[in-house]
Design a protein around this ligand. Structure first.
Ligand SMILES: *Cc1c(COP(=O)(O)O)cnc(C)c1O
Length: 221
């Protein structure tokens, strides 16, 4: 078995500089995260609020914690004091709650618009049209504590590389459309979070700026 250090080194060599690695540490203990931290990793992704909160309290305070899972409104308050980026903003009511809790903490929380690009039914996210409508309402402009920073999506879990590529290409084209339509003068709107252990090379070819990789770094959960 490879060590976390070897896995991280291999991954860093395999991707262009400028593409960020979110080390997805869900279900792995704090000691495992500390090991990756000791090899220089600072961005970690978690998908459960309670687990994230406990790890946040235990681990070094210069870690950038990213939330990548389904986020319930009543739990936003637990991560609002420290969360660095929420990848999974996919409805207006959630945005309004993030706005409220970020405000209560005197913070501006960066959020990505999660978009459903896969063919599977189970994945969450705006449909492309829902996201267009959401942006067109302009409500987000009133949310001064929410910083819309780009898009996130998950491709279908499949061996069919053409399909994966098509889905990532769709996400990139939506990013470009939203950028041109709503954020031409907003440098913060710049992230395309796509690519996981099984499909990150395709995601990078299609324009990913941020890959979310768990298994390849930490092994099976
Ligand atoms: C678990 C998870 C990942 C990481 O998946 P791996 O296949 O282990 O790399 C990435 N993104 C999201 C949203 C996840 O839930």
């Amino acid at each position: 078995m490879n060590t976390i250090k070897e896995n991280l080194e291999r991954l860093r060599k395999a991707i262009p500089t400028g593409v960020k690695i979110v080390a997805v540490s869900k279900f792995h203990p704090a000691e495992t995260i500390q090991e990756a931290y000791d090899f220089g990793q600072r961005i970690f992704g978690e998908s459960r609020v309670q687990e994230l909160k406990e790890k946040y309290e235990k681990l070094p305070k210069d870690i950038e914690w990213h939330f990548i899972g389904n986020l319930q409104r009543n739990k936003v308050k637990y991560i609002a004091p420290f969360i660095h980026l929420i990848h999974s903003m996919d409805n207006e009511r959630l945005m309004l709650e993030i706005e409220k809790q970020a405000g209560a903490n005197n913070r501006k929380i960066p959020c990505l618009l999660q978009i459903h690009i896969a063919q599977e039914e189970t994945k969450s996210g705006f449909s492309p049209d829902e996201c267009r409508q959401f942006l067109a309402t302009g409500k987000w402009k009133e949310c001064t504590h929410v910083q819309l920073s780009g898009v996130m999506g998950m491709a279908t879990f499949t061996d069919n590389k053409d399909r994966i590529r098509k889905e990532f290409r769709l996400l990139k084209s939506l990013f470009d459309e939203f950028k041109n339509t709503h954020f031409p003068d907003e440098p913060a709107f710049k992230e395309i979070s796509m690519g996981m252990s099984n499909d990150y090379p395709i995601a990078i070819e299609e324009g990913s700026t941020m890959i979310r990789v768990g298994t390849l770094i930490f092994g099976q959960r």
